[in-house]
Design a protein around this ligand. Structure first.
Ligand SMILES: Cc1cc2nc3c(=O)[nH]c(=O)nc-3n(C[C@@H](O)[C@@H](O)[C@H](O)COP(=O)(O)OP(=O)(O)OC[C@H]3O[C@@H](n4cnc5c(N)ncnc54)[C@H](O)[C@@H]3O)c2cc1C
Length: 295
């Protein structure tokens, strides 16, 4: 099936960058997206550059006030990592919500980002965590906010030959609670129809800051600053969650235009946002929701 496909397995980032400059070369991590597309003959790929022999790309750690993850970290690793469960429980929850055990064992964070699906479960979470990404390419290394990398559905601003080498985000400050919720179709291995990540910081009974990111409802998952502004300074409660949810729905319609699916998506996104905010506020008080399937 893949008889015309060249394969290489470089041992360093520099060698992978060089290999990726061959016309038709494409990076391979877990293959859960790429192999499906190769089978469908959709990609025009001539050479696969397998990143799995490069040491250090599968690490999770903390450096000062930042958490870092290598692009080859799998969903299963994120689900079970004590550091991620403690520092970024919403990322562990998003990882647990992905596909099936087989997909979680193979699929990587870097692949999820670079695939840039509007429904990618890691994306709203990383946006809410204000993640930055490091890229290495023919012109050297650069670091940019994840939001700047995401250009459109299945499209990033990575330059030809660039590899994602690290994902970093600041540790959440004291008084933060978070949540990740996903609405999917169980019988289709649950690619998200809507996914929501929320981080609330509460101080002296008021919301000091709010971060709210939603995926699968706009061409690119994104934060909703209008909704965050409604929340900032308010007392946590159903009234303000509803107002924020209305802002998200309005933002979604503004950006995507009216669509037939919005008849169900508008009430669904509002309900999911309200629930995510309520869960995040509850988590501030020590009631962080567990990570399903991680025991
Ligand atoms: C049955 C099934 C169910 C799924 N369910 C979900 C789900 O519920 N939620 C969800 O979010 N996703 C889901 N997915 C998709 C998910 O598995 C992928 O998005 C996965 O995260 C991609 O990672 P990978 O390592 O398999 O990437 P690959 O398939 O190896 O690569 C994906 C793309 O990213 C590029 N790439 C990979 N790593 C790098 C890198 N370091 N630098 C530059 N480019 C790179 C590749 O060239 C390719 O274009 C599902 C997939 C399947 C098949």
């Amino acid at each position: 099936m893949f008889k015309d496909l060249a394969y290489c397995r470089p041992a360093t980032v520099a060698a992978a960058v060089t290999a990726l400059q061959t016309p038709g070369a494409r990076a391979l991590a877990g293959g859960t997206d790429l192999v499906v597309r190769l089978r469908e003959g959709r990609e025009g790929v001539a050479q696969v550059v397998d990143l799995n022999a490069i040491p250090g790309l599968g690490q999770i750690g903390v450096q000062g006030e930042e958490i870092f993850l290598g692009p080859l970290v799998t969903f299963s690793q994120m689900m079970t990592s004590a550091l991620i469960r403690h520092e970024a429980p919403l990322l562990a929850r998003a990882a647990a919500a992905v596909g099936s055990p087989q997909i979680r064992n193979r699929g990587t964070l870097g692949g999820n980002i670079m695939n840039a699906s509007p429904a990618g479960d890691s994306l709203p979470v990383l946006l809410a965590l204000e993640a930055r990404v490091n890229l290495a390419g023919p012109e050297g290394e650069r670091c940019l906010p994840l939001a700047e990398l995401l250009a459109g559905p299945y499209h990033t601003r990575a330059l030809p030959g660039e590899i994602l080498t690290e994902i970093r985000f600041p540790r959440l400050p004291a008084g933060c609670g978070s949540s990740f919720l996903k609405l999917g179709r169980r019988n289709a291995l649950a690619i998200a129809r809507i996914n929501v990540a929320a981080v609330l910081q509460v101080e002296a009974g008021k919301i000091k800051s709010a971060r709210l990111a939603v995926g699968a409802v706009t061409p690119v998952p994104r934060r909703f600053p209008e909704a965050e502004a409604v929340l900032a300074g308010a007392s946590p409660g159903e009234g303000v969650y509803k107002a924020a949810a209305r802002e998200v729905a309005a933002g979604m319609v503004r950006e995507a235009g009216q669509r037939p699916s919005f008849a169900y998506k508008i009430p669904a996104v509002q309900a999911l946002v309200r629930r995510a905010l309520a869960e995040a506020a509850q988590a501030v008080e020590g009631g962080e929701a567990g990570v399903p399937g991680s025991h």
